[in-house]
Ligand binder design. Structure first.
Ligand code: SAH
Length: 215
């Protein structure tokens, strides 16, 4: 795998499309401009990696489209050094974006082969500090908790209580909430031990967040 001037040019174009679509956070746009998304995709689709589209990554899963990645990342309002838990490593691309923004990234994936592949490509792309785990995201990572931020990248049929418990006070969790064809993006901030504040945002379409693991 290699990066090329052509791909760098296509990323510039993609980033201006994302800005035109409403993404404002310059750091998020810079991260997307920098990271070779095609590294995280099957070579079959490599030529189209800088289209604003999702692509298959195996096991019936997809790499999210760049607008969705940018939107979710912007909602996180990351600060340097934030401890972030991602649910649904998938290709590893979103984890790379978080790492590029200088977060300390933990990520969980329920499909063993996807988790293994993501670890390899993250290392190759220079994001070997990301800690990728094979497991069920509904349980979170109790041993590493609490987190400043939690990002769910699959459609959650419910608000996972164990994840709320793993947030720091003033921590936030982003959840594509709901089943079926579309999910509403919600952001929940933990204000106190059992005091939470919820905001709602736009609708998106995600693959489902499922219980248990698949090896
Ligand atoms: N963030 C990914 C998007 C992958 S799609 C990327 O940048 O490529 C969502 C992923 O969530 C899929 O790989 C799916 O297998 C995973 N997933 C679904 N339910 C899960 C769960 N309970 N725990 C961990 N991962 C889960």
């Amino acid at each position: 795998m290699k990066d090329t001037f052509r791909y760098q040019g296509l990323r510039k174009r993609l980033v201006s499309e994302l800005a035109a679509a409403g993404i404002k956070d310059k750091k998020v746009l810079d991260a997307i401009e920098k990271i070779p998304r095609h590294y995280f995709m099957d070579s079959t689709f490599e030529e189209d990696a800088y289209e604003n589209k999702p692509f298959p990554i195996g096991r019936g899963q997809t790499i999210s489209n760049p607008y969705t990645v940018a939107y979710q990342t912007e909602l996180l309002e990351l600060k340097e050094g934030d401890k972030v838990l991602e649910i649904g490593t998938g290709s590893g691309y979103q984890a790379a974006v978080l790492a590029e923004l200088k977060a300390k990234v933990y990520s969980i994936e329920r499909h063993q082969p996807l988790s293994d592949q993501a670890k390899k490509v993250l290392e190759f792309a220079g994001y070997g500090d990301v800690q990728a785990f094979f497991g069920d995201g509904f349980a979170g990572l109790p041993l590493e908790a609490p987190f400043d931020k939690i990002l769910i990248t699959a459609a959650a049929p419910e608000i996972p209580n164990q994840l709320l418990q793993q947030l720091k006070i003033n921590g936030v969790i982003i959840i594509p909430f709901g089943e079926g064809d579309r999910q509403q993006m919600i952001r929940i901030k933990r204000l106190g031990n059992s005091d939470y504040e919820k905001e709602t945002f736009d609708y998106f379409t995600f693959v489902p967040m499922l219980k248990g693991v698949q090896d």
